[in-house]
Design a protein around this ligand. Structure first.
Ligand code: APR
Length: 251
């Protein structure tokens, strides 16, 4: 662990307690330990699927069946995953009254599965499908099968209710996320490379509103030297375990 004084875990725990009203912002890194690959970096999804060909709204409208090659992999990987110690740690911090909300870029539903109650799904959720022609909605469970492309009753190919590049952020999620960022005491940023906007603006909004920013990531990101106050350099589950220990010691 580095950046900050001699004991950044203790410092971070102190920030969480003293400043109260912590909010978490999570990215793909928090679900890596649940077996869901991240997007960038080694083994990332975008190394296998060019996002410009498989993850834009334009690509979906042009060749939905091709885009479903990538989406099917995401549905099966997310469907088979379980929350890990980091997801459970955040849910426990909510129970303890330390963290009041989780803003997630992930579409895997693992925060809710771990017991987190206030979860803002900034990029939507994989468990719902919608028809972009007649706006009918279905659960992925009822319409998706491995290797098949899910169709609406109107015959069109269904789209998961996730934000593809070129899609707008669900306005309520954006409103709520920015409100949480503007009014939190500490923003804990976990497992995101902070390369995709507008999600990567949330730490800046929090910082400009007076919050402290704690980053949990084994790597440095664009935030680490500009926005982050304490960078806890390690895996989400390990760092949250140490933080919980420190908090329970009354740190
Ligand atoms: N614990 C914590 N962080 C981790 C771990 C781990 N075990 N493993 C990897 N990371 C970090 C990586 O170092 C990287 O900085 O998680 C980050 C993952 O970054 P990305 O793959 O870029 O994922 P994310 O930031 O969530 O992507 C944002 O981009 O592709 C779109 O819509 C997609 O929501 C996604 C958005």
């Amino acid at each position: 662990m580095r950046v900050g004084g001699s004991d950044p875990i203790r410092e971070a725990a102190r920030l969480l307690v003293d400043r109260r009203n912590a909010v978490a912002l999570t990215g793909a890194g928090i679900s890596v330990e649940s077996g869901i690959p991240s997007f960038r970096g080694a083994q990332g999804m975008w190394g296998k699927y060019d996002p410009m060909e498989y993850a834009t709204l334009h690509a979906f409208m042009k060749s939905p069946r091709k885009v479903w090659e990538m989406l099917s992999e995401m549905v099966s990987v997310c469907g088979g995953a379980a929350p890990n110690a980091a997801h459970k740690g955040l849910a426990a911090l909510e129970e303890m009254g330390v963290v009041r909300a989780v803003i997630t870029q992930n579409v895997d539903g693992l925060h809710q599965a771990a017991g987190s109650r206030r979860v803002i799904e900034y990029h939507g959720n994989m468990e719902e499908l919608l028809c972009v022609y007649c706006w009918k909605r279905y659960t992925t469970r009822e319409r998706w099968a491995p290797g098949a492309v899910p169709l609406c009753d109107c015959g069109e190919v269904l789209k998961p209710n996730v934000v593809l590049f070129g899609d707008p952020i669900p306005w309520l999620a954006q409103e709520q996320a920015e409100e949480e960022a503007r009014s939190c005491g500490t923003l804990v940023v976990i497992g995101t490379s902070a390369q995709v906007s507008p999600a990567c603006d949330i730490p800046r909004i929090a910082k400009e509103s007076g919050a402290a920013v704690v980053e949990i990531n084994p790597e440095e990101t664009s935030l680490s030297r500009n926005v982050t106050d304490i960078h806890l350099q390690g895996s989400a589950s390990e760092v949250l375990r140490l933080l919980m220990e420190e908090l329970s010691r009354g740190g």
